[in-house]
Design a protein around this ligand. Structure first.
Ligand code: IPM
Ligand code: MG
Length: 397
């Protein structure tokens, strides 16, 4: 018994030390990058695992073509190969050092899905590459838009991206054979910055309601801090109503046709955000239709919200994968680095090609279009002078 106490106390002590040090870093965080002031922006392209290389390749070609047409500043698209499960397993690192160095040379990255090892799947127990990148580059805001214009749904989720059960998710302990404990971390600084980001977004986009999602009635200390921090920050935004929901009823309310279109900006701790955004994406048309931005002050990373679909590769169907999610992420990337107009056009083209006209469609199999064919369809739609009219027609129908 003494031995178990000793070992677990030491383990807990280490976690506390790490997190207190992290708080000091958060207190001295760099100011956000102003992309308008940069005359050269480096965009890294990471293929990842499974269908990742196929779908990021389609996105890279579209980005290249669009940015060439709007050459107001130098944008370098830099492929960063090698962030694969095989290399990561070999290096026993979530992101091998030399790849992390390459990523850090870029301002922003577009990333395909990477395989996350889970117990019993044969890969070593390394941390997820997504989670590691979010933590290493301090990409604290996971911004996930979900829109269904016909239903008047325009949701933007601000999922906290570096704390909660994810902060030390790989550092739980088996105290005895029977007792397992994980740790949930919420800090004032970490809560403030995501909540402020959500409120600022609401203000900028003219939204009047911000919804905070927790389970503060049960998880009183950590969720309590998150909710309290939101209540304090809300004072600085008198024009915005703060609305608070618990995660369980919130998952139900996203299915409530009468209520769901009233939600606008939702701010959540990491794990609730992970779960709720999959549900929201499914409502929009599937996780393959949603993109995601991981934003920090210095760096940003844009990615699909789904996994690497290894089965599609083993069944030789990778070329039929739907690139929509990474293309949505590319639209967010364009907006983030100062090309909001092309970002909007890309979103409009995706609405038209994927949701409305569907001149060709992706089925994931050889009876459907390939990723590349779909990419060409999207690009020709963006380049059509009638893009906006076609999109307005979609909205009306
Ligand atoms: C997501 C994913 C990741 C997460 C996985 C792949 C580690 O589900 O981006 O939502 O849990 O955050
Ligand atoms: Mg998820």
């Amino acid at each position: 018994m003494d031995q178990e106490f000793h070992t677990s106390q030491n383990h807990f002590k280490k976690i506390i030390q790490q997190q207190l040090e992290r708080i000091e870093i958060l207190k001295n965080a760099p100011l956000p990058t102003d992309y308008n002031k940069l005359d050269r922006i480096k965009v890294g392209i990471i293929g990842g695992d499974g269908i990742g290389p196929t779908i990021t390749n389609v996105s890279q070609n579209i980005l290249k073509s669009l940015l060439e047409q709007h050459k107001t500043k130098q944008i370098d698209l830099i492929p960063i190969p090698g962030l694969t499960i095989e290399n990561r397993a070999l290096a026993k690192q979530a992101i091998p050092n030399e790849i992390l160095d390459e990523i850090k040379k870029c301002d922003v990255t577009l990333k395909g899905p990477t395989h996350t090892p889970e117990k019993g799947d044969g890969w070593p127990n390394i941390e997820s590459a997504n989670v590691s990148m979010r933590k290493k580059l301090d990409l604290f805001a996971n911004v996930r838009p979900v829109r269904i214009p016909q239903e008047n749904i325009d949701w933007t989720f601000f999922r906290e991206n570096t704390e909660d059960l994810y902060a030390v998710g790989s550092q739980g302990i088996n105290i005895t054979d029977d007792l397992a404990i994980d740790f949930r971390v919420i800090t004032t600084q970490g809560s403030k910055r995501i909540i402020q980001a959500g409120f600022n977004h609401a203000r900028k986009t003219g939204k009047t309601k911000v919804t905070i999602v927790t389970k503060a009635n049960i998880v009183k200390t950590t969720d309590g801090k998150f909710l309290e921090t939101a209540q304090e920050i809300a004072q600085d935004f008198p024009e915005i109503t703060l609305d608070s929901w618990y995660i369980d009823i919130m998952t139900a309310k996203l299915l409530d046709l009468k209520r769901r279109s009233q939600f606008e900006v939702m701010i959540l701790p990491n794990l609730y955000g992970d779960i709720l955004t999959d549900e929201a994406a499914e409502i929009q048309g599937g996780v393959g239709t949603a993109g995601s931005a991981n934003i920090g002050n210095k760096y940003a990373m844009f990615e699909a919200i789904h996994g690497s679909a290894p089965r599609m590769v083993t069944e030789k169907r990778a070329q039929y994968a739907d690139p929509s999610s990474v293309l949505r992420a590319s639209a967010m990337l364009l907006e983030h680095i100062g090309f909001p107009l092309i970002g909007t056009q890309l979103n409009q083209a995706l609405d038209i090609c994927g949701n409305y006209e569907r001149k060709i469609s992706i089925t994931g199999r050889e009876n459907g279009a390939t990723s590349e064919q779909f990419g060409d369809y999207v690009l020709s739609t963006i380049n059509d002078k009638n893009l906006n009219n076609r999109w307005l027609e979609y909205i009306k129908n």
